[in-house]
Ligand binder design. Structure first.
Ligand code: HEC
Length: 164
């Protein structure tokens, strides 16, 4: 009997030395928490809603427009422009928006340098921003951004000459 007691005492003594690392709360787990950055897409994955995944503005330079401009796409682009761009680029797209007073001034979209850009580069500028211009992709679908490209082209086609 005393042997058994001694053995039991030994087991209890050893067990006491074991540490227990099991977490009993659910805080530490491999899930994504609110406000964590989203996980990167797995390698070689392709989004269902789009074609090529773009890395930056230059990557978009050779991108072809998905469909030709229509009166409806220009009108939709104009409505989006009033919401998203006019504060910097002015109501007509010729610069002088109120934000340009305390931000690097946004250029007239009819400047010859911007006329000479490819459709893809303008799409890339809207998506990723420029040297000073902040990216505008948030809340705008690719379709919305192409409609904005159509509106920028429309501003240029309605403006003679080209300034800078
Ligand atoms: C916060 C101000 C701001 C907003 C908002 C803004 N832009 Fe700009 N944009 C700029 C500035 C400043 C530049 C010139 C410097 C640069 O490239 O960043 C510019 C440049 C451009 C260019 C010329 C790029 C080039 O180098 O040829 C295009 C085209 C353009 N913006 C279109 C848009 C459109 C379309 C929107 C709305 C979806 C928009 N911008 C919203 C400030 C703005």
């Amino acid at each position: 009997m005393s042997h058994r007691l001694a053995l039991l005492a030994l087991v209890v003594a050893l067990a006491g030395g074991c540490s227990n690392d099991w977490r009993t709360d659910m805080w530490y787990q491999p899930s994504v928490r609110p406000e964590d950055a989203p996980r990167p897409a797995p390698e070689h994955s392709v989004p269902l809603w789009a074609g090529r995944l773009l890395a930056d503005r230059d990557d978009a330079d050779t991108l072809a427009r998905p469909s030709p401009a229509t009166a409806a796409s220009v009108a939709h682009g104009m409505a989006l422009f009033a919401e998203r761009c006019a504060a910097c680029h002015g109501p007509e797209g010729h610069g002088g928006g109120p934000v340009s007073k305390f931000f690097p001034p946004a250029p007239d979209l009819a400047y010859s340098t911007i006329r000479a850009r490819s459709d893809g580069f303008i799409y890339g500028t809207i998506t990723f921003g420029g040297r000073a211009m902040p990216a505008q992709a948030e809340g705008l679908t690719p379709r919305d951004r192409w409609d904005l490209v159509d509106f920028v082209r429309d501003v240029q086609s309605r403006t003679a000459g080209g300034g800078k």
